[in-house]
Design a protein around this ligand. Structure first.
Ligand SMILES: [Zn+2]
Length: 60
């Protein structure tokens, strides 16, 4: 029996319209409850991520 390589990975896209933040807008880290930082309609895992995003936006 020849072994077949399984290259097809199932891509799970769990995007439920909950209205709750799931990932940091900067580093994409999964946000834990009430530990995130909200600014300008975006969610970040911490304040530093927001600050880094602002730096990026200013440069761009
Ligand atoms: Zn982050």
């Amino acid at each position: 029996m020849a072994e077949e390589k399984k290259t097809a990975e199932p891509t799970k896209t769990e995007t439920k319209p909950e209205g709750k933040p799931r990932n940091c807008a900067f580093c994409n880290k999964v946000l834990k409850r009430r530990s995130w930082y909200y600014r300008n309609g975006k969610y970040y895992c911490k304040k530093k991520c927001w600050q880094e995003e602002q730096k990026k936006l200013k440069k761009a």
